[in-house]
Write a protein that binds this ligand. Structure first.
Ligand SMILES: *Cc1c(COP(=O)(O)O)cnc(C)c1O
Length: 326
């Protein structure tokens, strides 16, 4: 079945060089950035591209309501709430923890977009989502369930397409990228890029930085990525010979745990903000960009190469971390 996407973003996103940053921090490497923090939907981020296909599929299935889940500072849930507002769908979010006295960051924004919020305690990955779906159905709604992080074959289509977009930009700039760094968590973006890379012949090595220490639904991040690719083959007939290496993640940086801000993320945030005026978030991009700095400064990847950092957004969470950041 073919999915007709529902346009939500301002695409293509810009791609440019980080000249000042490279000169100051990564001598011997040229660093470029792809600005998916500027996809345009409710302050941007990588969920916009996934949601174009997920919302498209929701409409194709005749849904009038959407259910999504995540942490209170979930960028995915904030972007889902905004997408639903744009598309005229009712939005239900299942968020971990209990209701805080003051809502800030992504939680504040999700509320402003009119989402119905259900607090789910320890469970921040939609463990009980089916129950809510059933309940909504019994009241006459037609719910569409978005998986954790928007990561399934449908969501990944957004990054298959994004990889084609990147490939076209690189052709226009006559630029070869050797390594692509990005934050990888629920695996949808990585699966999409790995498939897109095989389909469009992108010659870059993928450096997906592991963010979350815990498994999701009992699966390691690598298993998540492979199962999304398998699903894309079954459902959409995407017969791509994905490079085994692209299923792996760059590990070690996730050790402090999900959402824990350490000196590493802080160092990356201050370096990019101070040298380029670009903001990274404390949970995902701060961690992934630290990995880029660490790998280049210690020459763990080949010197004299071109690197792309694929910025995935996350800005609103910054405000929730104000006390720890300065
Ligand atoms: C969700 C998210 C990611 C990770 O993308 P996945 O497809 O879940 O692996 C990276 N960065 C930000 C800012 C995100 O919100």
């Amino acid at each position: 079945m073919k999915i007709k996407k529902y346009p939500l973003g301002f695409l293509p996103t810009p791609l440019h060089e980080l000249r000042h940053f490279s000169r100051k921090y990564t001598s011997g490497y040229r660093v470029f950035i792809k600005r998916d923090d500027h996809t345009g939907l409710a302050s941007g981020g990588n969920k916009t591209r996934k949601l174009e296909y997920l919302v498209g599929e929701a409409f194709q299935q005749g849904a009038d309501t959407v259910v999504a889940s995540g942490a209170q500072q979930s960028n995915h849930c904030r972007q889902t709430a905004a997408a639903c507002a744009m598309a005229g769908l009712e939005c239900h979010l299942m968020l971990g923890g209990t209701e805080p006295k003051v809502k800030s960051g992504n939680l504040l924004l999700s509320s402003l977009f009119g989402a119905h919020i259900h607090y789910t305690g320890e469970k921040r990955k939609g463990e009980d989502a089916e129950l809510l779906v059933e309940k909504l159905r019994s009241t006459g709604k037609r719910p569409y369930l978005i998986p954790y992080g928007g990561s399934n074959a449908t969501g990944a289509l957004g990054y298959v397409e994004a990889t084609q977009e990147l490939q076209q930009q690189l052709k226009t700039l006559n630029l070869k990228i050797d390594y692509i760094f990005f934050a990888s968590s629920s695996g949808g973006m990585q699966a999409g890029i790995a498939m897109g890379k095989a389909m469009y012949g992108l010659p870059s090595g993928l450096m997906p930085v592991r963010i979350d220490k815990e498994p999701t639904g009992g699966k390691s991040p690598g298993e998540m990525v492979s199962s999304i690719i398998y699903e894309a083959r079954e459902r959409f007939g995407l017969h791509t010979e994905v490079d085994e290496n692209d299923l792996k993640l760059l590990e070690g940086y996730e050790k402090p745990g999900y959402g824990v801000l350490t000196d590493h993320e802080k160092k990356a945030i201050l370096a990019l903000a101070g040298s380029e005026g670009i903001l990274l978030d404390p949970v995902y991009t701060g961690r992934a960009f630290y990995a880029l700095m660490h790998q280049t400064q210690n020459q763990l990847i080949h010197p004299d190469t071109n690197i792309l950092f694929w910025h995935t957004g996350g800005l609103p969470a910054t405000f929730q971390y104000a006390a720890a950041l300065i």
